[in-house]
Design a protein around this ligand. Structure first.
Ligand code: PLP
Length: 436
């Protein structure tokens, strides 16, 4: 190329949750049966989509409007429905104009960070859901600026760390909160969110709050919606979607709710630039926007969601009870979403440890994959676990963190199989740590 065509942030784009799939596919061809515990898609994991939901989608498919472009911000009736839902919580009041639809939150995230001035930074959590941290890092062409989620304190944000970033880095313009969190499964108490809002108010910052798992909490916890805590001063973008809750990830449908945008003209212009970018694309997927209120208002929706949440709660407790006593491993009980992050004690992993792999081809593949320089020790564990048992989890180090561990989902619908998976992991960790 006569000129460099690679984006300054290209090196920051990494999505191990999907990268590992390529390794799994090679192992499958070698005869290894895979248990997919890597990706947060309830449908792929075998949860059945209820017939009444499919019927609502089938009915909408008969309507010509479902085949048309929708307005750039999204279908008006659906935006009104969403605004009413937010207003009914009794906090900040919005109207349909404050709601903008995207092709899934993945699309929203790439625009929200992509249209931020390159030198302005948003502090993201560590560990971090990679779509956020990579998009933020790519926009800046630099490593993400991260604040600590503390595994020794239920994975809650370290507020002092947030304040220090703001104090010593004048480029910080905003803070990202994911509540309930991916990859940790933590649910933050309202006081934590309130403190972050106060920090933002004091320092003239904005908030991005990802609430895609908002309605999926258990073990007696509730995720306080940002709209109830934000007050009237701090500008914020709240992200929600249907991928997890409905669940309908293949619909590619999510939205942002804009809070207090008129309180800051620069924030207002920034939101307008995101909307203009969406306008160039015309609009987002129409069909799920038409169906969204119909599904959420269906008499069976609440009990269907409740049933799933009860299963996640049960699985969260089974997983915690099995892993909590594993020597060298730190786990917290998952209270929301459907992920658990386990952390290895510092320094406990090395580059000699292994698990026996009966399949010769699989063993050779893994030995090659982990032999190169710079392979994180938790990635080595994850690959050995994968080839030895077929269980596919994601190395924690791929979630923008220096911690070593793994993220696993709680999605396996069969309780017996779920229990077996966690017992196998527990045995494998002990074996792995004793191997060298
Ligand atoms: C915290 C969080 N935000 C956003 C997304 C992406 O959602 P969507 O399917 O709407 O792109 C995910 C997907 O796993 C997620 O965990």
């Amino acid at each position: 190329m006569r000129t460099n065509i690679v984006h300054i942030g290209a090196g920051e784009l990494n999505y191990e949750i999907r990268n590992i799939v390529q390794v799994c596919e090679r192992l499958q061809k070698m005869g290894v049966e895979i248990n997919w515990e890597n990706i947060g898609d309830p449908v792929t994991k075998g949860e059945t989509v209820p017939a009444w939901m499919k019927n609502l989608v089938s009915e909408a498919v008969q309507e010509d409007a479902a085949y048309a472009y929708s307005p750039t911000k999204g279908m008006l009736a659906t935006r009104q429905y969403i605004a009413e839902g937010t207003n009914s919580k009794g906090g900040v009041q919005i109207d349909a104009d404050d709601v903008i639809f995207f092709n899934g939150l993945g699309d929203a995230i790439s625009k929200v960070f992509g249209f931020l001035k390159r030198t302005a930074r948003v502090v993201v959590p560590t560990p971090s859901y990679t779509t956020h941290s990579s998009a933020e890092a790519a926009h800046a062409g630099a490593e993400p600026v991260t604040y600590i989620l503390d595994p020794n304190h239920n994975w809650y944000p370290d507020l002092e760390d947030i304040e220090n970033h703001i104090k010593y880095n004048p480029a910080v313009a905003g803070i990202l909160i994911i509540n309930p969190d991916n990859p940790t499964g933590a649910v933050y108490p309202a006081e934590v969110i309130r403190s972050i809002v106060e920090i933002c108010e004091k320092n003239d910052l904005f908030i991005i709050c990802d609430e895609i798992y908002q309605n999926m909490t258990y073990n007696g916890t509730v995720a306080a919606p940002l709209c109830t805590v934000i007050g009237e001063k701090v500008p914020a973008l709240c992200m929600r979607g249907i991928s997890k809750e409905m669940p309908w990830p293949g619909a590619r449908c999510g939205w942002i709710e804009v809070y207090n945008s008129h309180k800051d003209p620069m924030f207002d212009m920034y939101v307008q630039s995101i909307l203009n970018a969406k306008m160039l694309e015309v609009c987002s997927t129409t069909l799920p926007q038409i169906v969204l209120p119909r599904i959420k208002e269906h008499p069976l929706y609440h009990s269907y969601l409740q049933e799933r949440i009860e299963r996640y709660e049960k699985h969260s407790n089974i997983a915690y009870d099995i892993l909590k006593n594993v020597k060298g491993l730190l786990v917290n009980k998952t209270n929301g979403a459907f992920y658990m992050s386990a952390v290895f004690e510092e320094g406990i992993l090395n580059s000699q440890q292994f698990l026996p792999i009966d399949n010769k081809d699989a063993r050779e593949l893994v030995e090659t994959l982990v032999s190169g320089p710079g392979v994180e020790p938790d990635k080595r564990f994850v690959y050995y676990l994968l080839a030895s048992t077929g269980i596919c989890v994601v190395p924690l180090s791929s979630f923008a963190t220096e911690l070593h561990g793994f993220r696993i989902t709680l999605l396996e619908p069969c309780e017996e199989k779920f229990r077996k998976i966690f017992e196998t992991i527990s045995e494998c960790i002990q074996r792995y740590l004793e191997s060298a």
